[in-house]
Every structure is written in structure tokens, then in C-alpha cells.
Design a protein around this ligand. Structure first.
Ligand code: GLC
Length: 426
């Protein structure tokens, strides 16, 4: 696993010349954003626009795409008190883990946080300090090939069983017609934070709870959760390639984007890429909520999303905070939504005709975003990453056939209960 930091210096020279000419001291801000899909390109574009506007400099630090590897890198940099990164892209599940190392942004917001989703702001508030500004929201979605569903007379599946049957029918049909690369369903099965997101969706959709409940009780050992994992395991090597056990977001999208999958679970960013002019699936893709677990089940999407934060160890805190406020502003979020299908964190943009025209699902599936299932971060606090790590490992064991769901979840429940110190956690 590569944990090295690749640094690209952009636009520094021009800004430095400008600053020199006017006698001002330009700050050089190192910003770290993820590179999933078009994320890096969009991050760089907006950061450079800010640098040009303010006469400062920007250096883009590219961390690993894998969320869990990115967290490890941040923990290493921040716990060393290093100023190697000034502005960090922070996952919705990290404010509790990294909050102590992040600057309180309240003095810089001019009250604009009131316009963002209240839940997101609460999530980013740590001991009364606003440690990150919301940047984009995520919820797990089902992407499907409209053309193939129509060709095989299939409706968008309502339950996982329906998805399984539909995926198999179309996969078999397309293979018989000559596309031996066709798969029914691709998703995130690698042992990392992304699998926690997918597996929580399965469990919640079967009514199996959310691993640790709000009152601190570990709830993962239950028949519905077992059924959920059993269902997902039955896809591997059938409608999903065995390689899915090592897929993150981009590997799944690669297969779907090449036209070789009927269904895909992914985040909203995949929409705009599918709709690109050079995309072989342009105009052939539909977006729906993920299926229910069956009778008594529900549609469940895991809540994801990203914020921007300033490191407490930055030597240019004021400029770094100014960059964060610019990048998370309505104008930049609107542009990102229209051109990159990144869901805004400002409620008003969901009523913006240009945003909804470019991304019909943002309007149609608005309820999916507002009712998405949160991972148990608040209750587990500083131990969230250990909880998630144990959960994704248990799910991975079941998916790869190394353990039966009841055994894996039984062991997980015992281990999490020990970690919870009798359900008290903090
Ligand atoms: C996306 C989501 C984030 C999640 C990650 C998992 O980046 O925004 O919340 O943890 O995917 O891979």
C-alpha cells in the first residue's frame, strides 16, 4: 500500500511574482484533497482560482484515494504536529477522530454555516468548535443501465432478491450475445471504510440495525444482519466478479463505465462521469435508491460526505481558512454540482434549476439524502475507526467465504462489546 505523499506545485510562480510586485507576502497553502473520479481536478481548479484572486500560492498534496489510507496519513502528519498540510479534505466520519488537531473555523465563517445542512454542521462540531466546513454530501445510490433493463423487460429492482434475479438474467443474456465481460452488479468489497458503507446499507436495509445503536448497545449480532451479509456473499462469483473483494469506488466505476455492468452501487460523483461526451454509457444510465431487504426491510443509503478543515499546525491559518470558506461557498458548490455531480451541502442549491437539470437524481432522490443512515460515529467517538475496521473485516470474511455470517457477527459482537467497556464507549 502506497502511503507516500505526492506533491505537485501549481501556479506558484505567477502568484509569487504578483505578490513581489506589490510588496505583499504571499502565503503558500498546501491543500490535500482526494483523487476519486474528478475530485482532484475540481479541487485544484477552485484552489487555483482562489490563489489568483488573493495573490497567494497553492500546492496540491495528493493523498491515497482509499479513505482508510488517507485517514492513516492524516493521523501520522497531524499527530507529529507537522505543517506539511494546511487544508485537509475530511470525511464525514473523521471530525471526532481528528477534531483536536483542527482549527475552530467559527471566527472565519461570518455565520454562513447556518445555510448548510444542520446535521452536517452538528457532525463537524467538536466540543463546541466548528472543526470543518461541509463541502459535498454523499449517499449510496443504485446506478443501472436503463437500456439493458428495457431490453430484458426488467423494472428497477425494489428488493435485493429482485436485483439478484434481474442482474443474473441480463448478465446471462448479454454473455450469450457475445459480451463475456458483462457482470450483473459491482460495488465496494475491499476491506476498508467503503465496505463499512456498503455493508451498513445491506444490514440496515434488512432491518438489522446500525452496528452500534445510539444508546451505545452493540446490535450487530442479529438474524437480519446475518441474512444481509449472506445475501451479499451469494453475489460474489455469481453476479459480481470475485475481484469485487478488492474493489473500491473507482474499480467498480471502471467496470460500469466501460459498459460491463448492469448495476453499480456508488456515490453521486459517478453520474457526471457516466454522462461525459466520451462515455460509452452516456444517456443509458438511471439512478435509484438501493433496494430493500425484503418484507419488513427498507431502502437504506449510507450517509457520506466530505468537508474542508484547517490544521492547527498551519503557519498560515487565516489564509487557509479563507481558502476553505471560498471552496465551500455557494458559487463553488454550484459549479461542482453542475459539472461534477457533487451534491451540495447548502439546502438552497437543491432548488436551483441548473443544478437539478444537470442532476435529476438530486431532486428526485432528495429524500434519500435527507434520510441516509449515519455510521455510529457520535456514540463510539474516538473508537469509531476501530469499530469500523472490525466491522469491515467481519464483512470481508463472510464475503470471501472464510466465515459464516453468524460466526463472524458473533465474534464481532463480543469484540465490540469489549471495546465499548460495557456500552459506555467514552
Ligand atoms: C466517500 C464518502 C465517505 C466514505 C468513503 C468510503 O468518500 O464521502 O464518507 O467514508 O467514500 O470510501
Amino acid at each position: 500500500m502506497q502511503r507516500s505523499t505526492q506533491t505537485v506545485i501549481q501556479g506558484a510562480v505567477g502568484a509569487a511574482v504578483l505578490a513581489f510586485a506589490f510588496g505583499a507576502q504571499a502565503a503558500s497553502i498546501k491543500i490535500s484533497c482526494s483523487g476519486v473520479g474528478q475530485e482532484l481536478e475540481f479541487c485544484k481548479g477552485a484552489a487555483e482560482a482562489w490563489a489568483k484572486k488573493t495573490g497567494n500560492e497553492i500546492q496540491i498534496v495528493t493523498p491515497p484515494n482509499d479513505a482508510s489510507e488517507r485517514l492513516a496519513l492524516y493521523q501520522q502528519v497531524l499527530s507529529a504536529g507537522s505543517d506539511k498540510i494546511d487544508v485537509l479534505q475530511v470525511d464525514v466520519v473523521w471530525p471526532g477522530l481528528l477534531g483536536n488537531h483542527l482549527l475552530d473555523l467559527k471566527p472565519f465563517t461570518k455565520g454562513v454555516e447556518k445555510e448548510h445542512f444542520a446535521g452536517f454542521i452538528a457532525n463537524n462540531t467538536n466540543n463546541n468548535r466548528l472543526v470543518a466546513m461541509p463541502w459535498f454530501a454523499n449517499a449510496g445510490l443504485l446506478f443501472y443501465r436503463k437500456d439493458l433493463l428495457q431490453k430484458y423487460g426488467q423494472k428497477v429492482p425494489d428488493t435485493w432478491d429482485e436485483l439478484g434475479a434481474s442482474a443474473k438474467k441480463i448478465q446471462d443474456g448479454e454473455r450469450a450475445a457475445g459480451n463475456d465481460k458483462m457482470w450483473g452488479y459491482v460495488w465496494q468489497g475491499r476491506a476498508y471504510e467503503g465496505l463499512t458503507c456498503d455493508a451498513l446499507e445491506w444490514v440496515a436495509s434488512f432491518g438489522g440495525g446500525s452496528i452500534v445503536e445510539d444508546n451505545g448497545k452493540v446490535s450487530i449480532k442479529n438474524p437480519n444482519a446475518s441474512k444481509a451479509l449472506q445475501t451479499a456473499a451469494s453475489w460474489v462469483g455469481g453476479i459480481s466478479p470475485t475481484a469485487v473483494l478488492n474493489y473500491a469506488e473507482e474499480e467498480a466505476r471502471g467496470v460500469f463505465q466501460a459498459g460491463n455492468a448492469v448495476y453499480m452501487r456508488n456515490w453521486p460523483y459517478a453520474w457526471s462521469l457516466a454522462q461525459n461526451d466520451d462515455s460509452v454509457i452516456k444517456g443509458k444510465v438511471g439512478v435509484a435508491t438501493l433496494p430493500k431487504g425484503g418484507a419488513g426491510g427498507r431502502n437504506a443509503a449510507t450517509l457520506g460526505g466530505e468537508s474542508l478543515a484547517v490544521s492547527k499546525y498551519s503557519k498560515h491559518a487565516a489564509e487557509a481558512a479563507d481558502l476553505v470558506m471560498y471552496m465551500t461557498s455557494a458559487a463553488v458548490q454550484k459549479d461542482r454540482a453542475i459539472r461534477g455531480s457533487f451534491n451540495p451541502t447548502l439546502g438552497s442549491l437543491y432548488k436551483d434549476p441548473e443544478v437539478v437539470k444537470a442532476n435529476p437524481f438530486m431532486g428526485e432522490l432528495y429524500g434519500t439524502f435527507t434520510s441516509a443512515v449515519g455510521r455510529p460515529t457520535t456514540v463510539t467517538g474516538a473508537r469509531y475507526n476501530q469499530v469500523s475496521n472490525q466491522f469491515w473485516n467481519a464483512a470481508h470474511e463472510v464475503l470471501s467465504g472464510k466465515a459464516k455470517p453468524d460466526e463472524a457477527l458473533g465474534r464481532l459482537e463480543e469484540s465490540l462489546t469489549r471495546l465499548s467497556r460495557g456500552g459506555k464507549w467514552n
